[in-house]
Design a protein around this ligand. Structure first.
Ligand code: MV4
Length: 513
């Protein structure tokens, strides 16, 4: 067993990993930037070391500093969490060289999956369906045009080193090739230091479905079924669920088997995820493989009943996976809402600041993975996701209703959050019907005019005026005894009241399209 693990991350995921370590009786070492001196993950850990100034390039991405702390603190292993150094093969390599276990796959596997063309080739040879496209890297505009003739329009021009939302362009006709080529190339060069490009046929209105896999060092690979991650905005996921509502059991079994084949083909070890696009005819195509624990791992944990972080640690120690595929089943339905410190009414701008008040939902079927506390500061330097709310229900309907209830209990004061945006999605008829694709937010939210979205602004002004008049009268009548007429500090979100229109998220609501 490891004696001590360094958690090279911050926020809710650092807390999550620390919890798993504690259950295994492993000591934890936190690292923190100057902006995180008072952060929750520091308070949770057994030991904590400063690693540098607030900007992540000088702290959470500073490989030398983190390795130095690992050695100084006597850590046997490093868990990278997600983001930051989680898919950095140089970091995994450095750990290896310095005799520290990197909790994740080998640097070679990280590199292979980081190269999207290489990943496509490996998966294709392993019998995993990939999106039709170029065989390899395309070196010129002319080559792109030639491949486009075979693949057809529209297609996607993607960066080999891409992933997430950067370095890709939709090309609808040959006239767009030239500008797209130049745009993606320069974006890829500046973002990834790698200008190489490839082409994939454009899949219209796909769902994003991913398969969780677990593999040990002895060739045993299992999958932990599917997650639906189509509800996202500008390539930032917002809501995930498991099982994926758009998938029948036949497709589910097929995609699971194929994900295992893919993981075997790369010699994968640890927890990983294969991302697929599911088209409207229920064909699925491999997109990319994430060689890390993902934000949304908790919904799989809830539905399958396996602690993925503990499994990662077991595998890193050289343990055998104790599960057989036939024993892995999905029970009920789990949904995750990512709670962001952002202002939905101002283009979802990050909204850092001090959390003046915080009450988390509780009760049956509710899990909070929260990275903050009442009184904490949310720094501007990092991702604005401050917490995850995960609920479970016997079925999808119960899970949705439970999530709405939990979101209503969720109280955050001092900063703005996307909680009411979640409420809007969870009440949307298309979401409720499970009838959505990756375009959902753009189609249903971003297509609405400001006037459609924020009619409540007018109502808010009127309500405020009326409230002011009321208060004045109460004062003159001596009714406002100190405290007696003060509004409750913990008004439930969306509680029925005269302010209802102000508190619930605007939107098309129940209107039929
Ligand atoms: C695609 C696609 C359609 N066809 N590739 C966006 C992020 C990157 N990881 C892959 N992405 C896409 N690739 C082909 N050939 C549509 C998307 C896409 C998307 C994918 C997953 C989740 C959300 C998305 C939102 C817009 C576009």
């Amino acid at each position: 067993m490891f004696k001590r693990i360094l958690v090279a991350n911050r926020g809710e995921i650092a807390v999550r990993i620390t919890r798993a370590c504690r259950e295994l009786d492993i000591e934890t070492v936190a690292v923190y930037s100057e902006a995180d001196r008072e952060s929750l993950h520091v308070k949770y850990a057994d030991y904590a070391y400063p690693i540098g100034p607030a900007p992540s390039a000088q702290s959470y991405l500073a490989i030398d500093r983190i390795i130095e702390v690992a050695k100084k603190s006597g850590a046997d292993a490093i868990h990278p969490g997600y983001g930051f150094l989680a898919e950095n093969s140089k970091f995994a390599q450095r750990c290896q060289e310095d005799g520290i276990v990197f909790i994740g796959p080998s640097p070679q596997v990280i590199d292979q999956m980081g190269d999207k063309v290489k990943a496509r080739q490996i998966m294709k040879s392993a019998g995993v369906p990939v999106v039709p496209g170029s065989e390899g890297v395309l070196g010129s505009e002319l080559e792109v045009l030639k491949v486009a003739e075979l693949v057809g329009y529209p297609f996607m021009l993607k960066a080999v080193a891409g992933g997430g939302g950067k370095g890709l362009r939709l090309v609808r006709s040959s006239r767009e090739v030239s500008s797209a080529y130049r745009a993606v190339r320069s974006e890829a060069a500046s973002s990834f230091g790698d200008p190489r490009l490839y082409v994939e046929k454009y899949i219209e209105k796909p769902r994003h479905v991913e398969i969780q896999i677990l593999a040990d060092k002895y060739g045993r690979v299992i999958h932990l079924y599917d997650r639906e991650c189509s509800i996202q905005r500008r390539h930032q996921k917002i809501i995930e669920e498991s099982p994926a509502p758009g998938m029948d059991d036949r497709t589910r079994r097929r995609i699971g088997r194929i994900a295992i084949q893919g993981a075997r083909a790369v010699g994968y070890v640890g927890a990983g995820t294969l991302e697929f696009l599911l088209d409207q005819e229920k064909n699925f195509y491999f997109l990319e493989m994430n060689t890390r624990l993902q934000v949304e791992h908790a919904i799989t944990e809830r539905v399958v009943g396996i602690d993925l972080v503990k499994a990662q640690i077991e595998v890193a120690l050289g343990g055998y996976l104790p599960w057989r595929q036939r024993h892995i089943t999905q029970t009920g339905h789990a949904i995750e809402c990512r709670i962001y410190a952002e202002d939905a009414e101002h283009d979802f701008m990050p909204y850092p600041g001090k959390i003046e008040g915080l009450r988390l939902p509780e009760g049956l079927g509710v899990r909070n993975d929260c990275g903050v506390y009442e009184g904490a500061e949310v720094p501007i330097y990092y991702d604005p996701m401050i917490a995850k709310l995960i609920v479970w229900g016997e079925n999808r309907v119960e899970a949705i209703l439970r999530m709405r209830r939990a979101l209503r209990e969720y109280q955050v004061r001092g900063i703005k959050t996307n909680i009411s945006f979640h409420q809007w999605i969870l009440r949307h008829p298309r979401f409720m019907a499970g009838n959505f694709s990756t375009g959902f937010i753009d189609e249903e939210y971003h297509s609405m005019s400001k006037a459609e979205l924020y009619p409540h602004k007018e109502i808010a002004l009127a309500s405020a005026a009326i409230a002011a008049i009321h208060r004045e009268h109460e004062h003159t009548l001596g009714l406002l005894a100190k405290g007696a007429a003060e509004p409750s500090k913990w008004r439930e979100q969306g509680k029925r009241s005269s302010l209802r229109a102000v508190q619930t998220f605007p939107g098309r609501g129940w209107r039929r399209s």
